[in-house]
Design a protein around this ligand. Structure first.
Ligand code: PMV
Length: 350
C-alpha cells in the first residue's frame, strides 16, 4: 500500500531595520537584543517548501534545496525536526487513530525564487518555510508565535519570516527561550506603499558567517555592550512608533542609523569584520544625495552581513529613488514585484 503524506507552503524573506547581532545562547539562538524587520512580498523573494513523509521511505530524513541534496545532520536542522516531531507525538498520544507520522522519515524539497547564492537572507525564508511545511504536514495546531520559537533555532532571523508585514522579535529573558518569539508590529496593509530595491553588489557567499561574526563581536567589541543594552532598546520603541504613525522620515533615519551602528560593531570587532565594500559605500552616498535633493528622508539603506544594499522607500517616490538607482546602474535584469524592483549592481556600474 502506498501511504504518502504531504504539505506545501511558502515563506518570504525579511530584511531587518533594527538588526539582530549577538547571541546570549548560541544553541537556542537566543539574541542579545530585540530586532525588527519588514517582510518582503512573496512575489519578490520567497522559499517554496514541500514536506512529505511515508512509512515506505527507508532512506532517512532528507532535504533537497534547488535540486541539490543538503546535509540534514547539522544541529539547527535537527533541532527543528526534533521539536516538530515532539509536538506531533503529543498529538498522536492524545488521539490514537492518528497515523504515526512522527515515526516516519521526512523528505523536504525547497526551491527559492531568487538565486540562493546572491547573498540575500535566504536562511530566514528557508527555515521559516521548512518549519511551517512540517507543521502543516503534522497538522499541528501551533500559532505563528509558537512556530517562531522553532524556526529561531534553525536561523535566528527565520522567526520573523513566520509573519507578514512589520515584524518584531522580542529577545526574551528566559533561559529556555520560551519568551524569545516573533510578533507582528503591523500587517503589510497598514503601510502598503512601502517598497524595497535590492542592489546585489556581490553574489559571493559571505566570508564571515553571521554565527561566527556574532560570537567574535560579542567577545571583542567595546561598542557592542552599549548597542545591545541602550541603543537598540530605545530604537525598538521609536521604530514601532514610526511604523504605527507611518512616519517614513523616522523609519528611514532609524533604519540607516541602526545599519551604521551594526556595521560599526563589526569594524570594532577584533579581528575586524568588513561586510561593506566600496560599492556599498557608493550606494550609501547615492541615498544621501537622493535625500539631500528631496530635502527630507525619502530613501533608507540597510545592509545585512554582506555588501548588498536594501533601500526602502514609499511608492510615491519610486521615480526619485528606484529611478535614480536604475539610471545610475542602467537597466539590469532583476526581480520585479509589488515591493519595488531588485536590480543588480556591480562596481563598474557604480
Ligand atoms: O539569522 P542569522 O543567523 O542569519 O543572522 C542574521 C543577522 C542579520 O541579517 C545581519 C540581521 C538580522 O536581524 O537579520
Amino acid at each position: 500500500m502506498s501511504e504518502l503524506y504531504r504539505a506545501s507552503t511558502t515563506a518570504p524573506v525579511n530584511i531587518a531595520v533594527i538588526k539582530y547581532w549577538g547571541k546570549r545562547d548560541p544553541k537556542l539562538n537566543l539574541p542579545t537584543n530585540s530586532s525588527l524587520s519588514v517582510t518582503l512580498s512573496q512575489s519578490d523573494l520567497r522559499t517554496h517548501t514541500t514536506a512529505s513523509c511515508s512509512p515506505n521511505n527507508k532512506s532517512g530524513d532528507s532535504l533537497i534545496l534547488n535540486g541539490e541534496s543538503q546535509d540534514v545532520s547539522g544541529a539547527r536542522t535537527q533541532a527543528c525536526f526534533r521539536e516538530l516531531r515532539a509536538l506531533r507525538k503529543e498529538l498522536e498520544d492524545s488521539k490514537s487513530d492518528l497515523p504515526k507520522l512522527s515515526t516516519f522519515p521526512l523528505k523536504i524539497v525547497s526551491e527559492n525564487n531568487f538565486p540562493t547564492a546572491a547573498g540575500l537572507a535566504s536562511s530566514a525564508a528557508g527555515f521559516a518555510a521548512l518549519v511551517r511545511a512540517i507543521a502543516n504536514l503534522y497538522e499541528l495546531p501551533s500559532s505563528p508565535t509558537d512556530l517562531s520559537k522553532i524556526a529561531r533555532q534553525g536561523s535566528g532571523s527565520a522567526c520573523r519570516s513566520l509573519f507578514g508585514g512589520y515584524v518584531g522579535w522580542e529577545q526574551g529573558s528566559k533561559d529556555d527561550g520560551s519568551d524569545s518569539v516573533a510578533f507582528q508590529v503591523a500587517p503589510a496593509s497598514h503601510w502598503p506603499n512601502m517598497r524595497a530595491v535590492i542592489l546585489v553588489v556581490s553574489a559571493a557567499k559571505k566570508d564571515v558567517s553571521s554565527t561566527s561574526g556574532m560570537q567574535t563581536t560579542v567577545a571583542t567589541s567595546s561598542l557592542f555592550a552599549s548597542r545591545a543594552s541602550e541603543t537598540v532598546p530605545k530604537r525598538m520603541q521609536e521604530m514601532q512608533k514610526a511604523i504605527q504613525d507611518k512616519d517614513f522620515e523616522a523609519f528611514g533615519k532609524i533604519s540607516m542609523m541602526d545599519s551604521n551602528s551594526f556595521h560599526a560593531t563589526c569594524l570594532d570587532t577584533y579581528p575586524p569584520i568588513f561586510y561593506l565594500n566600496d560599492v556599498s559605500r557608493a550606494a550609501i552616498k547615492i541615498v544621501e544625495s537622493i535625500n539631500a535633493s528631496a530635502g527630507k528622508i525619502i530613501a533608507a539603506y540597510t545592509f545585512d552581513a554582506g555588501p548588498n544594499a536594501v533601500v526602502y522607500y514609499l511608492e510615491e517616490n519610486e521615480k526619485d529613488v528606484a529611478g535614480v538607482f536604475k539610471a545610475v546602474l542602467g537597466e539590469k535584469e532583476g526581480w520585479a514585484g509589488e515591493r519595488g524592483q531588485a536590480v543588480e549592481a556591480n562596481s563598474a556600474a557604480l
